[in-house]
Design a protein around this ligand. Structure first.
Ligand code: ADP
Ligand code: MG
Length: 374
C-alpha cells in the first residue's frame, strides 16, 4: 500500500521566485537531487478517454483508456488473448465487452471487473515504459480530480505491484505544474468525462480550489447525436462517426462560418448533410455549466488576486481544441472584469509531462520514504 499522505508531503521545487515566497509556509523546497541512473522517473496521465506516459529516459506514449474482455470462447480464440487494452479494443470491438475503467470505475464505486480493468490498464502503461530490470521505477500518476479517496487507494494498489514508489495527484494540478502555472492561475481541463477547474495558489490545491463539471466531451457527443437524429431522422451514423466529425470540426460561436458537409447514408444511399448547427449547439451546451462554476470559483478566491487569476487562464485537455472556446471563456471573464485565456500547446502530453516534472522535483528522500512505506 502506498502512502496516502504522499500528495500532501510532496514538496515542489518551485522555479518562480514569487511562488517560492508563497510556498514557504508549511512546505519545503526540494533538496539537491541525487538520482542515480538506476531510477526511472515516470509521469502518467490516467485519463477517462486517453492515458499518456512519459519517462526521464525520453519515452512518450499514449493509448486509449479502454479495456475489453472477449465476449465468449470463440471471441477469445479469435483474438488470442483474455484481455485487450487500448486502441486494439476498437479493432475487435464486436467481439469484446469494453469498459473505460477510469470513467466507469472511478466515478462510482467499482465492481471487481472495474478493478481488474484498472490493473490491466496500469500494467499496459508500465509495459509501454520499457524499464530495465535493475531500474527503480518512481511514478507520479495524475488522475481525474473526481477520483474519491476510495478510488485513489484502488489506483495506488493497481500501481503498487508495478512500481517501486508512486504518488497520485489530481490531473489539473499536473498540467499546471508542468507549465509553471503554480500561482494565481486557473486551469480548465476539458476532458471526456469531466471538466476540471483548478485554481493555483502556489501550494498543492485544496478541495475548495477545485471544481468538477460532469458535462464534458462525452456530454457533447450525446448532445451532438441527439441533435443529428432530430435534424436528419432518416440519416444513419454511428457514435464513432459522430466523434470523428466532432474532433475534426468542433467549434463554438462564430469560430466557424458556413456549412460543414458530411456523408451519411439515407436508405442505403450516401447523401451530404450539413452538421454545423448540430455541432455548434452540442459544443455550446457545456458553456452554461462552465460559466456558473467559473464565476463561483473566481468569486471565492482572494479578492486581491482575482484579477491576476483572470489574466492567467489555461485551457487544457482534448476539449481545449474546440475552436472558439478560448474566446467564449474570455467572454465569460468579461462579465467578471475581463481576463486572458490561452490554450495548452500539447493537450495529449501536458498532464503526463507535468507529472514527470513533479517526479523530477520530488526530494529523493521522499521517494526513499515512499518506497519503504510500500
Ligand atoms: N479536436 C478536438 N476537438 C474537440 N474535442 C476533442 C478534440 N480532440 C479530442 N477531443 C475530445 O476530448 C476528450 C478527451 O480529452 P482528454 O483530455 O484526452 O480526456 P481525459 O483526460 O478524460 O482522458 C474527448 O471527449 C474527445 O472527443
Ligand atoms: Mg485528462
Amino acid at each position: 500500500m502506498l502512502l496516502e499522505s504522499a500528495c500532501l508531503n510532496f514538496a515542489p521545487n518551485i522555479r518562480s521566485p514569487v511562488a517560492t515566497l508563497r510556498l514557504e509556509k508549511g512546505q519545503k523546497v526540494a533538496a539537491k537531487k541525487r538520482k542515480t541512473s538506476a531510477d526511472l522517473l515516470v509521469g502518467i496521465d490516467l485519463g477517462t478517454a486517453r492515458s499518456a506516459v512519459v519517462t526521464s529516459a525520453g519515452t512518450a506514449m499514449w493509448d486509449r483508456s479502454l479495456v475489453g474482455w472477449p465476449r465468449d470462447r470463440v471471441a477469445k480464440k479469435l483474438i488470442g488473448k483474455s484481455v485487450v487494452i487500448g486502441n486494439e479494443c476498437l479493432q475487435h470491438r464486436l467481439a469484446l465487452d469494453v469498459t473505460r475503467p477510469l470513467r466507469d470505475g472511478v466515478i462510482r464505486k467499482s465492481t471487481t471487473r472495474d478493478e481488474a480493468a484498472i490493473h490491466a490498464l496500469a500494467d499496459h502503461l508500465l509495459e509501454l515504459v520499457g524499464a530495465d530490470d535493475d531500474q527503480r521505477i518512481l511514478a507520479v500518476i495524475g488522475a481525474p480530480a473526481e477520483a474519491s479517496a476510495y478510488n485513489k487507494a484502488l489506483l495506488k494498489d493497481a500501481f503498487a505491484e508495478l512500481v517501486d514508489a508512486a504518488m497520485v495527484v489530481s490531473e489539473p494540478f499536473t498540467v499546471a505544474y508542468g507549465l509553471d502555472l503554480l500561482i494565481d492561475a486557473l486551469v480548465i481541463d476539458v476532458g471526456a468525462g469531466t471538466i476540471d477547474l483548478c485554481i493555483m495558489r502556489g501550494t498543492v490545491p485544496a478541495a475548495e480550489d477545485q471544481r468538477t463539471i460532469p458535462q464534458a466531451g462525452d456530454f457533447i457527443d450525446q448532445q451532438f447525436m441527439e441533435r443529428l437524429r432530430a435534424q436528419y431522422p432518416q440519416a444513419q451514423f454511428t457514435p464513432s462517426m459522430a466523434v470523428q466529425w466532432k474532433e475534426a470540426h468542433a467549434f463554438v460561436g462564430d469560430a466557424h462560418a458556413g456549412p460543414l458537409e458530411v456523408s451519411m447514408p439515407v436508405a442505403g444511399a450516401p447523401r451530404q448533410h450539413d452538421i454545423s448547427a448540430a455541432l455548434r449547439g452540442a459544443c455550446e451546451s457545456i458553456l452554461p455549466h462552465l460559466r456558473e462554476e467559473l464565476r463561483s470559483l473566481i468569486a471565492g478566491f482572494d479578492p486581491e488576486f482575482q484579477e491576476r487569476v483572470r489574466q492567467n487562464v489555461l485551457l487544457a485537455g482534448g476539449g481545449s481544441q474546440i475552436k472558439g472556446l478560448d474566446a467564449a471563456v474570455e467572454e465569460m471573464l468579461e462579465e467578471l472584469g475581463g481576463g486572458h485565456v490561452r490554450v495548452v500547446e500539447d493537450p495529449l502530453f501536458a498532464g503526463a509531462n507535468g507529472a514527470l516534472a513533479i517526479a523530477q522535483d520530488t526530494d529523493p528522500e521522499d521517494w526513499d520514504r515512499l518506497e519503504q512505506a510500500k
